[in-house]
Design a protein around this ligand. Structure first.
Ligand SMILES: Nc1ncnc2c1ncn2[C@@H]1O[C@H](COP(=O)(O)OP(=O)(O)O)[C@@H](O)[C@H]1O
Ligand SMILES: [Mg+2]
Length: 290
């Protein structure tokens, strides 16, 4: 069996169903509703992207999906079973780096299986395969501080994927990288996804990132957040950056997404929110540029 077949055969793609979920922090007059009556399905084997304005409640939703926190109302289930806490079937990759600074790239990647005492010949082969897929074979003996920001992110992707989670959840993982590195990350990450088609849930505020990566795109309302629209990004894979820039269909979807986001921002703008004003400005520039 080839490495790719081995990797594929180990993958079980999970499905997450979120049903009527609300999340409130604080009580009485201090109560703050962050998520309100939110429902969606993260479909098996698809790359679902969630885009919404900064501060709308995306990370809050992720903490609920991960099981770190519990909804005030509604239910979340994975493969039909209720989520009651964190578990290995869901792996969350945050924006902050999770690499251990005292471990080499290679040791970082093998951390999960080693911690569970599950290192087999196959695990080591998988580590090699992932190292090559993220372009870090030459950097296996380097420590995180010796890697560029983009390399660290790629090492983290490999480190997460070796654990074969049923659902990979990524919260703005490429935020803060410079534009070129970020675009390179999109290509690495989507190639990894196309390789194994596990269930991926990717959160971002970047419209180009969203369109490039997504099979399905959730557009979130402002706070308290819920899914405002679901767009199917029916653009063929594998996707390459230059193709997508010139692809009429993806530009059409981008315009549709932007107009919904803009509408959402205008609504909260009229309620006098400063964040919304910044948001309208940022996205108006983008619309004008396109
Ligand atoms: N533990 C908490 N207690 C009170 N408010 C919170 C808590 N966590 C998040 N919030 C509020 O929820 C809102 C959404 O935050 P977050 O989910 O981080 O948004 P996003 O990830 O979309 O930027 C913010 O206004 C934040 O202040
Ligand atoms: Mg966030």
């Amino acid at each position: 069996m080839s490495q790719e077949d081995k990797l594929k055969s180990k993958i079980q793609a999970g499905e997450i169903v979120v049903s009527g979920v609300s999340k409130e922090y604080g009580a009485n007059q201090f109560a703050k509703e962050v998520v309100k009556d939110c429902s969606f399905t993260i479909e098996r084997g698809k790359l679902t992207v969630m885009i919404g304005p900064s501060g709308c409640g995306k990370s809050t939703l992720i903490r609920l999906l991960a099981g770190f926190e519990h909804p005030t109302a509604g239910t979340i289930s994975i493969n039909g079973k209720p989520v009651t806490g964190p578990a290995r079937d869901r792996l969350v990759l945050f924006q902050e780096t999770a690499l251990f600074p005292w471990m080499t790239t290679y040791d970082n990647i093998l951390y999960g299986p080693r911690a569970r005492g599950e290192v087999t010949k196959e695990t080591l082969e998988l580590a090699e395969f992932l190292l090559s897929k993220v372009g870090l074979q030459e950097f296996r003996k380097k420590y995180p501080t010796q890697l560029s920001g983009g390399m660290q992110r790629r090492a983290e992707l490999a480190r997460a994927m070796i654990n074969n989670p049923e659902v990979m959840i990524l919260d703005e993982p490429f935020r803060g990288l410079d534009a070129m590195t970020k675009e390179l990350m999109w290509e690495y990450y989507s190639a990894l996804y196309e390789e194994n088609r596990r269930t991926n849930f990717f959160v971002t505020t970047d419209i180009d990132e969203a369109i490039f990566l997504a099979d399905r795109l959730f557009i979130m309302s402002n706070i308290p957040t819920r899914v405002r629209a679901v767009l199917e990004v029916d653009v063929p894979r594998p996707r390459r950056l230059l193709d997508i820039v010139e692809n009429d269909r993806s530009n059409e979807i981008k315009m549709e997404a932007l107009s919904i986001l803009h509408e959402e921002a205008m609504k909260s703008f009229s309620r006098g929110s400063k964040a919304a004003a910044d948001f309208v400005e940022a996205y108006s520039k983008r619309v004008a540029k396109t």
